[in-house]
Design a protein around this ligand. Structure first.
Ligand SMILES: C[S@@+](CC[C@H](N)C(=O)[O-])C[C@H]1O[C@@H](n2cnc3c(N)ncnc32)[C@H](O)[C@@H]1O
Length: 278
């Protein structure tokens, strides 16, 4: 979808212990991540919710995108708010080969600590890492690191999906069962985000939710459904019980989405680092 990416695609990343992710990221996954970015922007009517529009228009404002994937959010922001400087990190290098001049990509693992000084960034953004990180990692490392590198008075924004689909029909429920159970058992959810933000001295904390429906007769819904079905297919590809039946079942998922109004929730949390907290 427009950008060119390094073909060094990543097989090892998702073999990490406890990781709920798919095993291999290929160019198709990158396309899906980009498509998903555009859909999310449409549903949320913008790329962010924190009140940072003014700060982003100031020369030299520093923005950090954590777990940036192919950097779609960062690249778009860097063009929408071109006075700011952007740093985008990911454990995997799937960064665009040609990048805007106000963007730096850094390959690193947030769990090993971010390679930035305290109080460096005016705005720290993180999106869709919930299945990659455990509850304990969020609590003991991730939120603390985001707060550490954020300047006093700066903003932190987290955006995550509710991993379980809502209003699923019988076939969809069956296909999602294992995945949903694993998510529940491993507590890969954001239920403690608000509390963790308070514990880390953030103030002006806000939370909003948007539903992304899969069964409406519009292009957004159809694209969302397509992404959801591809993800399901990846999760199910090694399940022997579904061998030879997946396509047929995924067609039923599409029908059920319309009948049952299947949707997924996405959530944004944002808060400000206190001026005197560190
Ligand atoms: C679902 S993708 C989201 C990408 C991007 N934030 C977006 O919204 O399009 C999750 C990303 O988190 C990255 N990731 C997973 N664990 C990580 C870690 N420990 N440190 C840094 N990045 C990580 C993955 O490589 C992947 O690119």
């Amino acid at each position: 979808m427009g950008q060119k990416f390094s073909r060094v695609l990543t097989i090892k990343l998702f073999r990490k212990k406890n990781c709920m992710g798919i095993n291999v990221i290929d160019e198709d996954d990158i396309d899906k991540m980009q498509l998903q970015h555009h859909l999310l922007r449409e549903y949320w009517k913008g790329n962010f919710s924190a009140p940072v529009r003014e700060i982003l228009s100031i020369d030299g404002t520093k923005v950090l995108d954590v777990g940036c994937g192919p950097g779609t959010w960062t690249c778009e922001m860097s063009s929408d708010f071109s006075k700011a400087n952007y740093t985008a990190i990911d454990i995997n290098s799937m960064f665009p080969i040609i990048k805007p001049k106000n963007v730096e990509f850094v390959q690193c693992d947030i769990l090993k600590g971010l390679p930035f000084d305290d109080n460096t960034f005016d705005y720290v953004f993180l999106r869709f890492l919930i299945i990659h990180l455990t509850e304990i990692e969020w609590e003991t490392i991730v939120i603390r690191e985001l707060c550490r590198v954020c300047k006093p008075g700066g903003w932190i924004e987290l955006m995550e999906p509710m991993n379980e689909l809502r209003n699923t029909g019988p076939v969809t429920s069956k296909l999602c069962e294992k995945f949903h159970t694993r998510i529940r058992n491993q507590k890969r959810n954001f239920s403690r985000f608000h509390e963790l933000m308070i514990e880390n001295h953030l103030i002006n904390i806000n939370h909003q939710c948007r539903e992304m429906p899969f069964g409406l007769n519009d292009i957004k819904s159809e694209l969302g459904l397509d992404i959801m079905r591809e993800r399901l297919k990846k999760h199910l590809q090694f399940e022997r019980v579904y061998k030879g039946k997946i396509e047929d079942m995924l067609n039923k998922v599409a029908v059920e989405a319309k009948v049952h109004n299947t949707y997924i929730e996405t959530h944004r949390f944002w808060g400000q680092k206190e001026l005197s907290s560190y």
